[in-house]
Each structure stands twice: as C-alpha cells, then as structure tokens.
Design a protein around this ligand. Structure first.
Ligand code: HEC
Length: 115
C-alpha cells in the first residue's frame, strides 16, 4: 500500500512545481511578445536598471491601476512623454508596430504584475 502512495505524492509535488514555474502561459506569451516587439530594448521588466531609458514594467504596474489601461494602450500605440521624466516613448514607425490587440495584451500583462 505505502509504496503506491509515495509515488503519487511525488508526482503531485512535481507537477505543482512545474505549474508555478510554467503555468502562467498568458504571462509567458506576453513576455515573448514584449521581446519580439522590442519593448524590452528600452524597458526592463522588474528591476529598474539606472541605465535603462524607460521605467520598468513593474514600476508602471505599481503606479497605475487597471482603470488607466485604456490610456496606457494609447501610449503603447502612439507613444507618450512627460510621465516619468524627459525621455519620450516614440511613436510607432520608430519602433516595431503593434496592433491594438497586442497593445491591450501587453498593457494587461504589465498591470497584472502588481496584483
Ligand atoms: C525607444 C524606447 C522605448 C520602446 C521601444 C518602448 N518604450 Fe515604453 N516607454 C518609453 C519611455 C521613455 C517611457 C516614459 C514616457 C513618459 O515619461 O511618459 C515609456 C512609457 C511606457 C509606458 C507608461 C506610459 C505612461 O504614461 O506612464 C508603458 C505602458 C509602455 N511604455 C509600454 C511599452 C510597450 C508595451 C512597448 C513595446 C510595444 C514599449 N513601451 C516600447 C520608451 C520605450
């Protein structure tokens, strides 16, 4: 009896570990999208690198609530300036194009970091 229970527990613990590391497929793919769209060329995700030109996504999440997601989607689409310092987030054309859907996904992902 015992010898059957132990492997079952091990399997359970193992899959929980996998779950926490890779379970958030939404987060994973948004991260990939952010890399593909070169957001991460200017933004860091968590730690604020003093050399980075743009605020980290984590500090953006801490500063804004979900209510502001619409405005942030606009920033991702058309750029913005004056919220974090004197550096401007350029308009598309200068950076990689994102669709409104992708912009929404990225903003949701960013704002979710603070939850
Ligand atoms: C060329 C550098 C650069 C790239 C590439 C870039 N950003 Fe930014 N981003 C900035 C800067 C600089 C700011 C700060 C602007 C400000 O002070 O309002 C910013 C601000 C933001 C903000 C906060 C806006 C606000 O009003 O506070 C969000 C959200 C954001 N970026 C998302 C993204 C996403 C998503 C991408 C990829 C599609 C991206 N950025 C690509 C430079 C960049």
């Amino acid at each position: 009896m015992k010898s059957r229970i132990v492997p079952a527990i091990l399997v359970g613990v193992f899959s929980m570990g996998i779950g926490s590391a890779f379970g958030d497929s939404h987060g994973m793919s948004a991260m990939k999208l952010a890399e593909k769209k070169k957001c991460t060329a200017c933004h860091t995700v968590t730690e604020s690198d003093p050399m980075a030109v743009a605020p980290s996504f984590m500090s953006i999440a801490q500063r804004y609530s979900m209510e502001e997601s619409d405005r942030l989607v606009q920033v991702v689409l058309t750029g913005g300036e004056g919220h974090w310092g004197n550096v401007e987030m350029p308009d598309m054309g200068v950076r990689k194009d994102v669709t409104p859907k992708e912009a929404e996904k990225l903003v949701q992902w960013i704002l979710d970091m603070d939850e």
